[in-house]
Design a protein around this ligand. Structure first.
Ligand SMILES: Nc1ncnc2c1ncn2[C@@H]1O[C@H](COP(=O)(O)OP(=O)(O)OP(=O)(O)O)[C@@H](O)[C@H]1O
Ligand SMILES: [Mg+2]
Length: 263
């Protein structure tokens, strides 16, 4: 953890630690004249304690933004700091290390390894840590019990429901005790009842030292988050806090989804 410069406490005082700082970030795929401007000048700060949704129509840049936050990708232009570290200055190995130490990522389609058990899948996140086999086993089991799946630790993905597989994927994301948990449509492949169980797990992960960021199409989910960032055409068009928002979020969601212009 020390190598990332990120720490679990915030000795500077009551102000919440800044976990991400994006300034004028662009992500352009391909070359002109057919280049796609997936992110078009995004600036965003995310602090410890943030419990945040990213919403917006398909193609608005949500996954691109989350991939950059997750250090899975680099911007074409602009600055991204994770804690004090500018990620565009890191090489691939350093970026993977930062990701492995500080960030837990959950995908819509779970991305579990089919031939490994639930426990084996969770344990993959700890393989590069300096831990004994039995410590890895213990921590993976603890993470599985946090998502209510300790008893299913020896099941393989094919033997589990979609909701259970997503809970294993969440256990894999949290077993490293990351300061940032990022999830791209984590309930997108689940039925409503199972989606609620998964959302409740994310709610339990809310912590003053940690940021939880979910991309979602589901307004009911977004409404349960403390902060909602709305995107359109690669830009952030609104950033609403629960304490300040009223019915505006619903209007914003539908206006954004229908592509009509926002004031
Ligand atoms: N690897 C890529 N190569 C080229 N274009 C891409 C690539 N990834 C994304 N894009 C384009 O960038 C834009 C933003 O895509 P992104 O996946 O971030 O949108 P999204 O908001 O997550 O959409 P959805 O809700 O459908 O998941 C889209 O126009 C998409 O086609
Ligand atoms: Mg997406």
């Amino acid at each position: 953890m020390a190598s990332t410069g990120l720490q679990h406490s915030n000795p500077a005082g009551s102000r919440k630690a800044q976990l991400f700082q994006l300034r004028d970030v662009y992500r352009i795929y391909g070359e002109e004249p057919v280049a796609v401007h997936a992110l078009d000048g995004v600036s965003l700060d995310i602090h410890a304690g943030d419990f945040m949704a990213i919403i917006g129509p398909s193609g608005s840049g949500k996954s691109t933004l989350l991939g950059l936050l997750g250090c899975l990708d680099l911007p074409s232009k602009g600055s991204i700091k994770v804690g004090p570290t500018e990620i565009t200055d890191l090489d691939d190995g350093e970026r993977s290390k930062l990701r492995g130490n500080s960030i837990g990522f959950v995908f819509q389609q779970f991305h579990l390894i089919p031939h490994l058990t639930a426990l084996g899948n969770v344990a993959t996140a700890l393989l590069y840590r300096d831990l004994t086999k039995s410590e890895i086993h213990q921590r993976a089991l603890e993470a599985l019990s946090m998502v209510g799946l300790a008893e299913r630790h020896d099941h393989r993905p094919v033997q589990m429901s979609g909701g259970e597989q997503q809970r294993v994927a969440i256990a894999r994301a949290i077993v490293t005790e990351p300061l940032m948990i990022l999830a791209d449509e984590p309930t997108g492949a689940l039925d409503t009842k199972t989606a609620k169980i998964v959302l409740d797990i994310f709610k339990n992960l809310q912590d003053e030292n940690r940021a939880v960021v979910l991309v979602t199409h589901d307004l009911e989910i977004a409404e349960q988050m403390d902060r909602v960032v709305s995107m359109r055409d690669g830009k952030i068009i609104a950033d609403d806090l629960r304490s300040e928002r009223t019915d505006a979020l619903e209007d914003r969601f539908w206006e954004s989804a229908s592509g009509s212009k926002l004031e």
